[in-house]
Design a protein around this ligand. Structure first.
Ligand code: NA7
Length: 539
């Protein structure tokens, strides 16, 4: 008798890349399906964003109680947030608690950076290879690699030559860094730079901020949460999460039904003032409903915030440097701050506008601009990320016929509902390009549940291959494009428009993300699932 030839079963039902907020929850859900799963994580611990971004002052800009996982009542019952906007160490503790509580660690392999993932047609599986050369196979490959996880350094001469301490904020050392008595440079004034600067300024001997583009920042208004308040929050969790399901971007805040010119000038000023005095992103996403689309409306809120900056910064010349001139309020990510502008009133802090005096090189002892040579003990690079697609570009993904994902996406990512890529069967993306981002954990939970339902469906129907179709991708990309029509942010350079001056080929603006509403996104994805995924090919 001739033995029947069988293709070997893959090592795992699914491999998940990344043990951050998405990867942890995805692992938990796939375990629930009884799947054999392996998570590969590059770090020495779990937590993703909150593992890597240990820079001083790192914290949420979303209210803590709207940010945590909502899937487990028990977890909600037992976890106390101590601040309205949790600091990074607390969030990292939270995610470690989640890993322990759901016994996730036994399927997570740390210190394991994925270098390559190749699709194998015959076995309908992915071969995943780590940087150390070891490999494993799985039927399904799920990326949980984050939209803002590939840090980028300035392309400036001499970065390696600096003899003092230096690091990117997303690669902050695990040991405490003491700034006392030290001369510190911070390059970059995005959300991360702002958080870093206001913290470093407290103790550094001197702090020199190298700013290329000022951002419109608004007060965070953080505060402690005591036991009584936490009990009240716990009581209102159902309302909190219901609200996050209803709002445009899953935040507690959502646009006011009124337009800017529906009200009198006095009413407008009073509303802006109220928002400026309130916690969180309200002034950005809870403002009049036209500030991000009508240039005249945008000019008014920009003028309001500019007046605030002028009132908070003593030196008028410095204040002017801190007021953005090339984009309006809210057209880039609004950093939330705590006495950020007051930092520039301190005698130990200096602001260098590098559009006036560009950085020419990093020297062994500091930074040389066109005007001056500075000496520093430490240089902090708060220079951001190769957003949305950068983490994908850093892995050698190859789909059908050996096609490279990086090449396929060279002119911009193309996905079906942000979770599937044509020509890359059985690859599922969590928080991939073109998912609704907003308050990220809310989007993560939705993506994970959708992927889990899809894999359950596959198993129940004895199917082993998922393909996105060209028509499905085309239709979704049209939705993405349509959703962006009329947004003022389209006219501005930022990671929202796919710009990163430090990355080859990312100098041209594009519609890099889905900017429609989260409820509309979920409705679309629900529709796909409800129709038994007819818009995809399952076989
Ligand atoms: P961002 O928002 O991309 O900010 C990066 C900052 O670094 C920004 O001020 C950049 O100036 C500056 N930058 C970048 N490259 C250079 C060079 N080469 N020289 C000088 N300055 C430079 O990143 P963040 O980490 O702050 O925030 C990213 C997201 O993470 C944020 O939106 C949150 O949601 C979490 P530019 O504006 O490009 O002129």
């Amino acid at each position: 008798m001739v033995a029947q030839q069988r293709t070997p079963a893959p090592d795992f039902d699914a491999i998940v890349i990344g043990a951050g907020m998405s990867g942890l929850f995805q692992l938990h859900r796939l375990r629930g399906l009884g799947m054999k799963v392996r998570v590969f994580e590059a770090g020495t611990g779990v937590g993703g964003t909150w593992y890597w971004n240990r820079y001083p002052g790192a914290r949420f800009d979303s209210e803590s109680y709207s940010y945590g996982y909502s899937f487990s009542k028990e977890l909600l019952e037992e976890w106390d947030w101590t601040e309205h906007f949790s600091p990074q160490p607390e969030t990292l503790r939270y995610l470690n608690h989640v890993a322990d509580k759901f016994d996730l660690r036994r399927d997570i392999q740390l210190r394991s950076r994925v270098a390559a993932a190749h699709w194998h047609e015959e076995t309908r599986s992915w071969l995943v290879t780590l940087e150390d050369g070891s490999s494993a196979t799985a039927r399904f490959l799920i990326t949980a690699i984050g939209p803002l996880s590939a840090p980028t350094m300035p392309r400036v001469e001499g970065v390696e030559s600096f003899k003092g301490q230096s690091c990117h904020t997303a690669r902050w050392p695990h040991e405490p860094v003491n700034f006392e008595g030290k001369r510190i440079a911070v390059i970059g004034t995005g959300a991360t730079g702002v958080q870093t600067i206001q913290e470093v300024a407290k103790t550094a001997k001197s702090l020199t901020v190298f700013q290329r583009t000022p951002n419109w920042c608004a007060p965070l208004h953080n505060g402690k949460i005591d036991k009584a308040e936490m009990s009240a929050i716990r009581e209102s969790y159902p309302d909190i999460f219901r609200r996050c399901q209803e709002t445009f971007a899953c935040f507690l805040h959502t646009a006011d039904p009124r337009a800017t010119f529906d009200v009198t000038a006095e009413e407008r000023e009073a509303f802006f003032e109220k928002l400026y005095g309130e916690r969180g992103f309200g002034i950005w996403v809870g403002n009049f409903n036209d500030i991000l689309t009508d240039p005249k409306a945008n000019a008014l809120i920009s003028d309001f915030v500019a007046r605030k900056i002028r009132s908070r910064v003593k030196d008028p010349a410095v204040a002017e440097k801190l007021i953005p001139k090339n984009h309006g309020f809210g057209t880039r990510r609004v950093p939330l701050e705590t006495r950020y502008y007051e930092v520039y009133n301190q005698p130990n802090v200096e602001l260098i506008d590098i559009t006036e005096t560009p950085i020419q090189r990093i020297t062994p002892t500091g930074i040389a601009t066109s005007a001056r040579e500075f000496e520093f003990d430490m240089i902090v690079y708060a220079t951001g990320f190769d957003a949305l697609t950068g983490a994908f570009d850093r892995i050698d993904f190859r789909g059908v016929g050996g096609r490279r994902l990086k090449e396929k996406w060279a002119e911009g990512a193309e996905t079906f509902v942000g979770m599937s890529v044509e020509g890359f069967p059985n690859l599922l993306l969590l928080l991939g390009p073109h998912t609704a981002l907003g308050n990220i954990p809310r989007s993560i939970e939705y993506n994970v549940e959708w992927v889990t339902d899809l894999l359950r469906f596959m198993r129940e129907h004895g199917l082993t291959r998922i393909d996105a179709t060209p028509e499905g991708v085309e239709a979704w990309m049209k939705t993405v494009l349509d959703a962006s029509v009329g947004l003022l942010s389209n006219e501005v350079n930022s990671w929202f428009t796919g710009i990163n001056t430090n990355v080859e080929g990312k100098q041209t603006r594009r519609i890099a993300r889905y900017s429609g509403s989260a409820p509309a996104y979920r409705a679309r994805c629900d529709e796909v699932a409800a129709a038994n995924y007819r818009e995809m090919v399952l076989s």
